[in-house]
Structure formats: C-alpha cells, structure tokens
Design a protein around this ligand. Structure first.
Ligand code: PHE
Length: 464
C-alpha cells in the first residue's frame, strides 16, 4: 500500500514545507506571551533545552516513522504494530479537529491585512473592532471561507506543485519580514504622559533577562510545562502532520540535519517574534500590555502600530502579510495530512479527496466562525477557562489529545517496536546519529513521564 507517489524534490523543499507547518500563530502570539509571563530569559533557556531534547525526540520520531513506513498516521502506526492502529486513528483525529478552526483564524488575519492595505488601520486599532468583526456573521464567515478555499487550492495541486512551491517562497520572505520588524522594534521609543521614556532596547532587556526572583519549584514546573506544551504545538508534532510530510521525503535526505534545520527555523522565528512584539508592546503599553492569544494580535498590536504614527501602517501591513504566510503554510499542512490519510482509507485520488474534504471543511469553518454570533455558547473547560466553539476544538486537540498521543507513541517506540525503528531510519542515508543515546533515553524514560505530567496538568487533573 504505497500511497506516496508524490515527494518533496529534496532536502530544501522538505525543510521549508515542514518549517511552514511549524511556524504559525503559535510562534507569533503564544511564544512571546509565554516568554513575557514566564520570566523572560528563564523561559527562553528552558525552551531551548527542551527543543534540543524533547523537540529533537518528537520531531525525529514523527518524520522517521513517516519516511520509513511511507504512510500517513493511520497506516503508519498500523504498520509499526497491527494492534496500534488505534493510535494512528487517534492521531489522525487531531488535524481533523484543528482544521475546523484554523481557517477561521486565517480569516481573521486576512481581514486585518486587508484593513491595513485599505486605509483602515486607525479603525483596526479601535477597542471594539475585533469583537465587532468576529460577531458579525457575514464578514467572519466570508474571510474564513476565503482562507479555507486558498488552502484547498494549494493542497489540490499536490506536494511538489502545491505545498513545496508555496513554502519555498513564503518562508524565506517571512524570515526577512520578521527580521526587519524585529530590528525596527529595537529602535522604538516613547514618552508617556507622566514623562517616563521607554525604549525598545529596554524592552529587549526585559525579554532576554532571566527573571528568577521568587522562583519556587512550583513556578519552575509551571514554566517547564508551559514551554513543553508550546513546543509540541509549535513543532506540529504528535498530530500526524510530520508523519505525513516525512512520508514524502526521499531516502537520500539526511533526516538528522533536516530535523535540526526545522528546529532552528521554528525556534528562530519564535525568538524573533518575541524580539519584535515584547519591545513594541513594552514601549507603548508597558508590561501590562502583553496578553495571550487573539487579543495580543488583534487588539494590542493594532494599538501599538497606531501609536507608531504613519510608519505603523506600513509595519502593520508587513506584519499581517507575514502572519498570513505563517498561518497559510500551517493550514496547508493540516489539510494535507487529512487528505493523505483519506486518500488511503477511501482509495481515492488526491484531487477528488481534496474536493470532498474541502467542502466538508468549508461548512465546518463556517460553523466555527459562527460560534461568535449565531452559535455562541459558553462552555467551562476543565482547565478553568470559558470558551466558545473554537476554544473547545482547540482544547480537545491540543491540551487533551496531543500529550496523550505523544505518551502512547513514546511507549510504542521505546518499549514495543524499539527505538532503533526510528534511529535506523535517521541514519538511513549513511550519516551517523550522534544523539542516539539521548534519543533512546528520552523516548523510553523521560518523555513518557513528562508527557504524563503534562497530560494531567492540561486536563486539570493536576494543578501545578
Ligand atoms: N505549529 C503551528 C504553530 O506554531 C500550529 C499548528 C498546529 C500547525 C497544528 C499545524 C497544525 O502555530
């Protein structure tokens, strides 16, 4: 059952597509927020250590499983062990859930990009602009559908002609844009009403300096768990996406090097996002201005751009185009992993499968987008927050399923099929894997324990 006649052309195409999946709203709105909340440099250090250990382990596992089995999640796990097909199905369900809302977020980003290009920047900085937009059924649904349709067209065109082609120009441009805005943020300064001057460089210092005063073991555990859940989401691991992308990688590609490059790209962009957002927010709104999630990107940042004066319109426009690139390449990877699995399950071709799944997801995106108007509900989630449809989908897929899947997958690799299933594949092109001992220890002992703790914490069963 070899599903993948299509492949990435080579290492570069694969790395940029995988980085495209990894770099998304997680890097841009969650990483900076967590860094600000969790002691600046302290969070950065913890995150870096986790990238080199956990990130390396989980990303290597997914990609190697994909290339070795040449299958997407469902059949990849079935091939590793027939009794473990359930894990493949569970993994497949993560993108199935994420896809219902990712295009909705893409629609929001697109709406803001349009606003900055059509002279609406001032309005976008208004207090109720975001709420007014997401609660207006027609506008919110329209933008979500446009974003979903664009994603579908790219996936329809296939791995090489669609995904790789788009990633190969969007990702380098994204990198240039974020470096430019991050450097610009360092040049900012502002004097508030009481005469206090705040500069971008002070903001940078706040970002980089490890804040360890009143650091208790409990708080350190919280920082660790925050960094870990961020890492998962950010690398797009434990959701079958990297298994699918791995299945398109040619045998001669050096997987170890590719994993490193993807990690450097993803972590680099997250770091730059912090370097751009924390100083900018700090200068114009002080440290209280940092908020989590959508409100950072759609409420705080437009105000910051507005406070910059006329140049803020240009910065805002560049910023939101960059966010479109980040979100679109991630959205593509989510749809691709669904399509790849369905092609095998239903024994159908790419074009037909993409058409059918896209129609389903156009409807699903519309329903989720209407979760702020016609289908508005308030549900208390086990982690204590109150959410609408979008948050519920996000909670089930990210807080609940991903750590659980990761735990099971480490057990399968570490204890049932054995770590060599992955490490042999990492060395398949002939270059030795230097971190093999680390991989073995991580996948057998450390990762399962940490995943179990993370699962208990994010489901509210354990209060760290
Ligand atoms: N990795 C993406 C990010 O950091 C998020 C993502 C989640 C992408 C799920 C694809 C699938 O934002």
């Amino acid at each position: 059952m070899n599903q993948s006649k299509s492949n990435f052309t080579g290492q570069l195409g694969f790395v940029l597509a995988a980085a495209g999946s990894a770099v998304g709203v997680g890097n841009l709105w969650r990483f900076p927020y967590l860094a600000a909340k969790d002691g600046g440099g302290l969070f950065l250090l913890v995150y870096l250590v986790l990238v080199l250990t956990f990130g390396f382990t989980l990303l290597s596992s997914d990609i190697a499983i994909g290339r070795r089995t040449k299958m997407s999640a469902i059949y990849a796990y079935a091939e590793m062990h027939p009794k473990w097909k359930f894990l493949g199905i569970l993994t497949f369900l993560v993108p199935v859930l994420i896809m219902t809302y990712y295009a909705v977020i893409g629609g929001w980003v697109t709406k803001y990009a349009v606003a900055y290009f059509t002279g609406d920047a001032k309005a976008a900085a208004g207090d109720s602009y975001f709420i007014d937009f997401i609660t207006s059924p027609v506008a919110d649904v329209t933008f979500a559908l446009i974003f979903m349709a664009v994603t579908a067209v790219i996936v329809y065109n296939g791995v090489e002609e669609g995904i790789e082609r788009v990633s190969k120009w969007m990702m380098p441009i994204l990198l240039v844009m974020i470096i430019a805005i991050a450097l610009f943020a360092l040049t900012l300064n502002h004097t508030d009403e009481s005469g206090n001057v705040r500069t971008g460089l002070q903001g940078l210092a706040a970002y980089l300096t490890p804040d360890i005063h009143d650091l208790t073991p409990g708080r350190f555990l919280q920082v660790l768990l925050d960094a870990m859940s961020q890492l998962f989401f950010s690398l797009s691991v434990s959701m079958g996406i990297m298994i699918t992308y791995g299945s398109y990688v040619k045998p001669e590609v050096n997987l170890n090097r590719a994993v490193n490059q993807i990690e450097v790209f993803d972590t680099g962009v997250a770091f730059l996002a912090g370097m751009m957002i924390i100083p900018a927010v700090f200068v114009f709104a002080g440290t209280e201005g940092m908020s989590a999630g959508p409100s950072l990107m759609f409420i705080s940042l437009p105000k910051v751009f507005d406070a910059m004066g006329p140049i803020g319109v240009i910065i805002g426009a560049v910023f939101f185009v960059m966010v479109i690139f980040a979100t679109l390449t991630s959205c593509i990877s989510v749809l691709e992993s669904i399509v790849a699995n369905c092609m095998v399950v239903f024994k159908a071709g790419r074009k037909k499968t993409t058409l059918v799944t896209s129609v389903i997801y156009l409807v699903a995106s519309a329903v989720i987008a209407l979760g702020y108007s016609i289908f508005y509900i308030e549900v208390k989630l086990p982690n204590g927050s109150v959410g609408q449809l979008l948050d519920i989908m996000d909670y089930i897929s990210n807080s609940f399923m991903m750590p659980f899947i990761s735990l099971l997958s480490c057990i399968l690799i570490g204890w049932i099929v054995g770590p060599a299933f992955v490490t042999d594949e990492m060395e398949a092109n002939g270059s030795p894997l230097r971190r093999k001992k680390l991989y073995n220890a991580m996948v057998r002992y450390i990762a399962p324990i940490m995943m179990a703790i993370l699962f208990l914490q994010s489901t509210g069963l354990l209060n760290a």
